[in-house]
Design a protein around this ligand. Structure first.
Ligand SMILES: Cc1cc2nc3c(=O)[nH]c(=O)nc-3n(C[C@H](O)[C@H](O)[C@H](O)COP(=O)(O)OP(=O)(O)OC[C@H]3O[C@@H](n4cnc5c(N)ncnc54)[C@H](O)[C@@H]3O)c2cc1C
Ligand SMILES: NC(=O)c1ccc[n+]([C@@H]2O[C@H](COP(=O)([O-])OP(=O)(O)OC[C@H]3O[C@@H](n4cnc5c(N)ncnc54)[C@H](OP(=O)(O)O)[C@@H]3O)[C@@H](O)[C@H]2O)c1
Length: 274
């Protein structure tokens, strides 16, 4: 027997993961952010904006799963995810090393509140995100229903540094060339990226730019009001709490799948408190 064949014969068969999907591509955006695409289970149906549980097999032989927004739209034949790399994070310290051909676990039970069904009809839709909270909007920005339902869509995304905006910026810039939705978008999209720590063309927290009225002045829009404006919010718990208070001060009410109203909120991650 050759050395290679002997090694192959002795190597235990790689266990097939439960609910396995195959990684098709990976892109690293910064030292703490990456995106990847995986095969899509034929039976998986979801609404753009929802999240699923994904993960890897833990060292103890049990699945190590975390909630992840699906960043691709419902019509896409693959699934895309946009991920943080937490240096000592149980999942992402390993997940950040995946390569095309590797398998991940994906539990095919999508849920979530950042869906069109949870909002009453309106004129303008605001997507308000920090960090990886951009992920559900990467799905919704590529969803035709977004452009059919609203006259204007405003994407506010804030990160500490400019490099952390790159995934979102590149996605927004690619939308107009998208054969499915490019024409539907026309001049409906207003993109408002800001940084808070590294100097850039536009700066400031989403909360400050809303409550000072700066974003309305910059974009030539009226102040948010419950008759015309709808919003979806995704960031840290502290961000979500602060944005919710501002939206309520404008007269908007929080809705849910079972009770559609003027805005909906979802956590981009659990932890760190308020
Ligand atoms: C509804 C929902 C949707 C989510 N969608 C995504 C997503 O699309 N992309 C994504 O990267 N994460 C997402 N998360 C967070 C994700 O579930 C994990 O927390 C993350 O993958 C880190 O896993 P971990 O095991 O390495 O560390 P964990 O033990 O889960 O987290 C360790 C610490 O890292 C910080 N942290 C975790 N996630 C983030 C993050 N995304 N941004 C900044 N700090 C973070 C927190 O302080 C947390 O306490 C989502 C969470 C929820 C509740
Ligand atoms: N981003 C990094 O470069 C970096 C590097 C190493 C470690 N970390 C750690 O990773 C974790 C997550 O970091 P992150 O940068 O992804 O998320 P984050 O701390 O939530 O910050 C993301 C963006 O949201 C803003 N923000 C935070 N709280 C807000 C609030 N209540 N209202 C409005 N805006 C708010 C921040 O502005 P401000 O800048 O004004 O806070 C920043 O622009 C943190 O524990 C952090 O210490 C981050």
């Amino acid at each position: 027997m050759t050395e290679t064949a002997a090694a192959t014969a002795e190597r235990p068969a790689k266990p097939h993961l439960p609910d396995a999907q195959t990684v098709t591509s990976v892109k690293h955006w910064t030292d703490r952010l990456f995106s990847f695409r995986v095969s899509r289970p034929a039976s998986l149906r979801f609404r753009s904006g929802e999240f699923v549980m994904i993960g890897l097999m833990g060292d103890n032989g049990k699945p190590l799963l975390r909630a992840y927004s699906i960043a691709s739209p419902a019509w896409d034949e693959e699934l895309e995810f946009y991920s943080i790399k937490v240096p000592d994070g149980p999942l992402t310290s390993k997940l950040q090393h995946i390569k095309p051909g590797d398998e991940i676990i994906l539990r095919p039970k999508p849920v979530g509140t950042l869906v069109h069904d949870a909002l009453l009809p309106g004129k303008r839709l605001w997507f308000l995100a920090t960090g990886t909270g951009f992920a559900p909007f990467a799905s919704l920005l590529r969803e035709p229903e977004t452009w059919e339902k609203y006259d204007q869509v405003i994407m506010m995304h804030t990160c500490r540094e400019t490099g952390e905006l790159d995934y979102g910026r590149q996605l927004v810039e690619s939308l107009r060339d998208d054969p499915l939705i490019g024409e539907m978008i026309g001049d409906k999209l207003l993109y408002y990226p800001t940084t808070t720590r590294e100097p850039s063309a536009r700066m400031g927290r989403v909360t400050d730019n809303l409550s000072s009225g700066k974003v309305f002045a910059d974009l030539g829009l009226p102040k948010m009001n419950p008759e015309e404006d709808r919003a979806m919010v995704c960031g840290s718990l502290a961000f979500n709490v602060d944005v919710k208070a501002i939206l309520e001060s404008f007269g908007l009410e929080e809705g849910a799948n079972s009770d559609p109203k003027q805005f909906v909120v979802e956590k981009a991650f659990v932890g760190d408190g308020i």
